[in-house]
Design a protein around this ligand. Structure first.
Ligand SMILES: *Cc1c(COP(=O)(O)O)cnc(C)c1O
Length: 384
């Protein structure tokens, strides 16, 4: 991890990533010299506006979308909230039923829960033992009053990649809009909106070595999504508020970097991930990998250790300088078993001993070796 500031082995890239140095460099001029408001007409504003539109082109290109389909937001949570509450509200006259899954991020689950309080009905689909939702179950759940299906691209805890292509086709056949939370998958997998029949897609910069507090929502041309933040006319009247120029520029740069070596990075990270999963299951008795073996985000390792307390294991790992997490970052502090681990039906004696380690482009084989060695010793310690 030579390029990381920390001495630690950082294996929590699904929680957040370290901003890449070129991203910081790209942002810096917009924090002071180029401080203009993109909505003003003189030079400062034009500089900001041009930089913002260049970032929009970068993001659009990465998805094979059109720049007019990209809306900047404050991150993944806002994008999810906007897509779900926005479509639910806009389509209220057509129906008040939504379909999602039990393993979505809380930004999706709690948006749905909020809508339920307003009188909407939400179907939360089960997933199989690998964390996949079946397209047939999606089809069976569609009712005449269904207006939106929201299924994540890749799960943040167990890394499982959902059958987005098939679900999108089903949504199309039934003329139901389809949103996917791609916060974990964007810049980790190639995603083209020309190939994938998705109408709305959420992403967040800090998950791909960009800055925190900025993300985007892709909205397919012709999709009627109302404005979520009301005020000025920014983002073509859809999302008010003076734009976060530095953040947007940083996200554009992060996307450019991420996509410049995507295939290579996927190959390398997948190999390292498989090596780590195999090493753990071979060297540590009573260990089980959660999630799908192959339909899996490149950097995700999620493992359960029989009769081990996961929270205690994380503390021991930290003492060895290793940052990992239990389930998602948003659930830390709660000692109960993750709802995702519950949804895949993990056995009780394994469920509580679940930890997630997420790699990035800077993770080395040595990091993996040291981590597995630490796991081996600490799991043994906790079992006596
Ligand atoms: C991190 C994450 C989010 C939230 O994104 P923020 O930018 O942190 O608000 C939403 N969905 C998934 C799957 C995530 O991993």
């Amino acid at each position: 991890m030579s390029s990381l500031i920390q001495k630690e082995i950082y294996l929590d890239n699904a929680a957040t990533t370290q901003m890449a140095a070129p991203v910081e460099e790209a942002m810096r001029p917009f924090l002071r010299e180029k401080f203009g408001n993109a909505s003003t007409m003189y030079g400062y504003g034009e500089t900001a506006r041009e930089a913002m539109e260049a970032a929009r082109v970068q993001i659009a290109r990465s998805l094979e979308a059109s720049p007019s389909e990209i809306f900047f937001t404050s991150g993944g949570s806002e994008s999810d909230n906007w897509a779900i509450k926005g479509i639910a509200g806009a389509k209220k006259a057509e129906g008040c039923h939504l379909i999602t899954t039990k393993i979505e991020h809380h930004a999706v689950l709690n948006s749905c829960a909020y809508l339920e309080k307003l009188g909407y009905q939400v179907t939360y689909l089960d997933v199989d033992a690998y964390g996949q939702v079946s397209p047939e179950a999606v089809a069976a759940a569609i009712r005449p009053d269904t207006t939106l299906i929201s299924v994540m691209f890749g799960n943040n805890e167990i890394g499982t990649i959902e059958p987005v292509m098939q679900i999108g086709k089903i949504a199309r056949e039934h003329k139901v809009l389809f949103h996917t939370d791609a916060v974990q998958a964007y810049a980790q997998l190639p995603i083209s909106v020309r190939q994938y029949p998705v109408d709305l897609l959420s992403a967040s910069a800090h998950k791909f070595h960009g800055p925190k507090g900025v993300g985007f929502l892709y909205v397919r041309e012709g999709t009627l999504l109302p404005s979520f933040i009301h005020g000025g006319g920014q983002e073509r009247g859809k999302r008010a508020g003076t734009e976060n120029i530095a953040g947007i520029v940083g996200m554009g740069k992060a996307a450019e970097l991420a996509f410049s070596d995507l295939r290579q990075r996927i190959r390398r990270e997948t190999m390292l991930r498989n090596y780590m999963m195999e090493k753990i299951t071979h060297e540590i008795p009573g260990s089980r990998i959660n999630g799908h073996r192959t339909k899996r985000l490149p950097g995700n390792v999620n493992v359960s250790f029989k009769n081990v307390d996961g929270a205690s294991l994380l503390i021991l790992l930290e003492e060895d300088g290793i940052c990992a997490s239990g389930g998602s970052a948003c659930n830390t502090g709660e000692s109960r078993v993750s709802y995702v681990i519950e949804a895949i039906g993990a056995q009780e004696e394994y469920a509580a001993g679940t930890i997630r380690m997420t790699l990035c482009g800077q993770t080395t084989r040595q990091d993996v070796d040291l981590t597995v060695e630490s796991l081996k010793q600490n799991v043994k310690r906790l079992r006596v």
